[in-house]
Design a protein around this ligand. Sequence first.
Ligand SMILES: [Zn+2]
Length: 177
Amino acid sequence: MNIYGHIKKANNELAVIFNEDNMKIIKNELIVQAIMDSWLYLNKFIKNVLPDWTQYFNSRLENIRAEELLITTDMVKDSFTQYERIIKEREVKSYINRYIKLMESLLTFNKPFEESCAICQGELFYYTDLVNSIVFKECSTCGTHFDPLTDKAIVHKGSQVRPSTRFELLNEGINEL
Ligand SMILES: [Zn+2]
């Protein structure tokens, strides 16, 4: 099977996330499983283009615990718009970029319809700095960090950073369920 065959298979695996029922009631397990199933078809190809990201993503998936993710209906709705574009993408490099973006939108907490970067209007994703034990949001375009509650730009050097967990986000009062 060539790369286009693999892309088609990967898209089919992701489709389950966006069926009508699954978009109404978010099931983390189902989303994580669909992502893992899609990744099996793409891993080899993306590794040739982006070895570092592939290594990062492999380790992310190995360590992921579905119940620790906070995935909102807004995140899935926003990702669906991206999914509709990705399935029409014919250029491999662009497909890979869209796939990476889609993975971030689904697996890293964000508020796609509520907020954007004050400087460049880019999208904000929530991360936890494990050394300083703080949650911050980072603009995916300009890289600025913001305090999640005051929205003030902050500067910190995080040597150990990973996407925020459900517990951390609820604990900080960033999202209520
Ligand atoms: Zn920005």
